[in-house]
Design a binder for this molecule. Structure first.
Ligand SMILES: NC(=O)N[C@@H](CC(=O)O)C(=O)O
Length: 447
């Protein structure tokens, strides 16, 4: 028998509005939205009184480390953390091992996810010097992340810094969305040199934002945008970290018409350089956490639509890998379980509305990545839904962290909202701390 669930009397946050209503799920999809939907036999009924119902969050940038780096995280552990955080779909980056540089490897990831993931999934293909010619021949308008050999995000030989010829080729030929991590390696290397001379391997982490500097970010973004404009390419700049860069983006056309887009990751809104003192290398990210002025400027640009979406760049490493001297300590930290509650905290502080959070975390990723039938609460769409309680106080601690790496940069932080229930394709996959593992095999590719 097809399962049906009636969520009654819930405050629906969707498409710029909040209204108290009922939602009927039948099978994988939303069948009806309206007041006083009658209860029929066999229906599961959930009382939503006092709770808010949002479309499931679509996280446009995560690193779930599967395959190859599963000592840090895997598709099963991190997809559970995602559901507990209200994230029902994710797009995973290609810096797994081996890097996702061929269609075969991409297909393998989809296979793995179909067996291991509790949330819906999508994967980006990486591009580097070696697979460039091949990729450009494929008849695909898919998704592409620029990478170099092994480390698209940093390291020597970063394609943006060293190979303008390749960039020209990609931007003039590729018809799909080109996502880039935008930091200019030659600027970073010069700064690293300066600080290494002064401090050796153990540079105080507070200098991270001066090494991976505003200039490094700005010049790389400026160059990528100029190239995209020249060739009419679709460019998405990942995890913007400076207020200065926000001026490079437009807000006078709808997202669906934009060819050049950007996002902010939760940590660049949440932390500032004042936090390095207490958190140390735990909050070492690339691009670096910068100043309060940057965090405020990013939030402002999010509100005025120059920034299109919010992602996590969920990038788990083990504590051991993090707590090393500056140059050896890994960049990145886990966030997917806490991104929505962080934004809801900004809501409690009066900095952003619920409608705007939903626009940037749910609707816009679906528009940008052209994901069909998700990202909105609409009749006929997949029932990817998250129920939240805006009056629950709790503190992040080891015992409630679901990341395989077992730590969070937010440990000790008190939140005033909580994710109560998460539905994936109509299936109540997360319910107040417990997972229904029978969702395994039923999560789907986002497309
Ligand atoms: N963001 C990070 O600091 N780290 C990411 C990679 C990246 O995006 O640079 C990771 O995969 O660890």
């Amino acid at each position: 028998m097809i399962q049906s669930t009636l969520i009654q009397n819930v405050s629906l946050v969707n498409e710029g509005q909040i209204q108290v209503t009922d939602v009927l799920i039948v099978g994988e999809r939303i069948q009806e939205i309206g007041s006083n939907i009658p209860i029929r036999t066999g229906m599961q009924v959930t009382d939503g009184t006092g709770k808010f119902l949002l479309p499931g969050v679509i996280d446009g940038q995560v690193h779930f480390r599967d395959p190859g780096l599963t000592h840090k995280a895997d598709l099963n552990s991190e997809s559970k953390a995602a559901l507990a955080g209200g994230v029902t779909s994710f797009i995973d980056m290609p810096n797994t091992r081996p890097n996702t540089l061929t269609l075969e490897l991409l297909e393998e990831k989809y296979q793995l996810a179909s067996q291991k993931s509790l949330a819906n999934y999508g994967f980006l293909l990486g591009i580097n010097g070696e697979n460039l010619d091949e990729v450009l021949q494929w008849d695909t308008s898919g998704l592409l992340a620029i990478t170099d050999d092994g480390l698209y995000f940093s390291g020597k030989g970063n394609i943006l810094a060293d190979r303008p010829d390749m960039l020209e080729k990609i931007f003039s030929n590729y018809k799909g969305l080109i996502a880039i991590h935008s930091e200019k390696e030659e600027v970073i290397e010069k700064n690293e040199e300066t600080y290494r001379e002064k401090y050796g391997e153990d540079v105080p982490v507070k200098y991270h934002p001066l090494i991976r500097s505003e200039q490094a970010c700005y010049e790389a973004s400026e160059r990528a945008i100029a190239l995209a404009e020249k060739h009419g390419a679709r460019l998405h700049i990942l995890h913007l970290s400076t207020a200065k860069e926000t001026d490079l983006f437009r807000n006078d056309i709808p997202l669906s018409e934009k060819k050049i887009t950007t996002e902010v990751s939760v940590h660049h809104l949440w932390f500032t350089d004042a936090d390095y003192e207490q958190k140390g290398t735990l909050i070492k990210w690339n691009p670096a956490i910068k100043t309060k002025k940057d965090a405020d400027g990013l939030l402002q640009a999010l509100l005025d639509d120059r920034i299109d979406l919010i992602t996590t760049d969920h990038a788990p490493h083990t504590l051991e890998e993090k707590q090393k001297p500056y140059f050896q300590s890994m960049s990145g930290a886990p966030l997917v379980q806490h991104s929505l509650v962080c934004l809801l905290e900004f809501y409690h502080q009066g900095k952003i509305s619920l409608e705007k959070i939903v626009e940037k975390m749910c609707h816009n990723p679906a528009i940008l990545y052209r994901i069909k039938d998700r990202g909105y609460i609409r009749k006929g769409y997949f029932a990817d839904l998250v129920m939240i309680d805006l009056a629950q106080t709790w503190t992040v601690a080891k015992e409630n962290i679901l990341y395989k790496c077992g730590w969070s940069p937010l440990e000790g932080t008190t939140f005033h909202s909580q994710v109560v229930k998460t539905w994936v394709n109509g299936h109540l996959a997360y319910d107040e701390g417990t997972f229904d593992e029978s969702i395994l095999g039923k999560a789907l590719e986002v497309k």
